[in-house]
Ligand binder design. Sequence first.
Ligand code: AQP
Length: 328
Amino acid sequence: MRKKRFFSGIQPTGEIHIGNYLGAIKNWLNLLESGEYEGIISIVDYHAITMPYEKKEMQDRIRKCAATLMACGVNPDNSLLFVQSQVPQHTELSWILTCSSNMGELERMTQYKDKSKGSESIGVGLFSYPILQTADIVLYKAPFVPVGEDQIQHLELAREIVRRFNKRFGKVFPEPKPILGEAKRIMGLDGGSKMSKSLGNSISLTDSGKPLWKKLASAKTDEKRKLRTDPGVPEDCNVYNSYHLYFSSSEDHNKIQEGCTSASMGCVDCKKILLANMEKSLGPIAERYQELMETPQQIDDFLQKSAIKCREIAEETMQEVRQKMGLR
Ligand code: AQP
């Protein structure tokens, strides 16, 4: 049986965090483990340059990003994992799709509005980012895109652009559909905004021990619990909703419900249970990550071989696109 294909991307803008893991990566792994899907996963460095960045850090970030994904379970038997800028057809198709897009629809994108807020001069790259994202997906004719909730609006736009292109030039691309995981939107340690690499409110997937505890200790809890003796409501607590729900057992959930609502358990005790559970579930990923970083050749080999295969698939699509558009 032919496997269904999904495409997904991740930006090398910082350390991969538990929001990326719970919202996207775990979803990829579930699809891959089902045996029904093959993954094409890109480290999207062209997206990462839409905001200011440190040039000398880029290659290190890309390698760390690849190592983290491999440590989670992405491997040459289940996926292609490549760096976007190594497949030039992404930018070629992006220009073509730019000519099938409208300013108004891009102006409505929430992520663009959020990221450009307060800037005097807004980069065109940040504005047209969803078109490049559309090109990333459809270059591989991937019908499925496992993502977190923050990307749903971009995917709606991708479908619209694809519909317009297919109508004008004849059907080339399938309309990509999102696949949402169990954790749609993980909030940051501040409890007020989405966990993001660039907002400094994240827990890295490879954090453990003291650094992990330092972050958990600072995490915002239910505001009603000002004193240790104040009872709380776990459903109003970010630590419970965003982290315990995904890392702790139902036995621990019951213990916390009981302890928090009766004030017999303080927030520090509750966070210590979380620390133990997170270390248990993420510890093997951190260990595997360290091993991979000590033998970078296998990371680089995987990226290079995947890029070769992706260039082949991408070129096949581009020949069809150029021909349909009367460009060749
Ligand atoms: N907080 C989140 N909860 C659930 N899913 C999330 N994703 C990101 N943050 C959360 C999902 O992770 C995938 C990869 O995201 P990305 O690297 O392409 O970009 P992003 O969404 O912009 O992630 P960040 O961490 O917020 O990066 P910066 O700070 O650089 O903008 C996507 O599928 C996303 O939905």
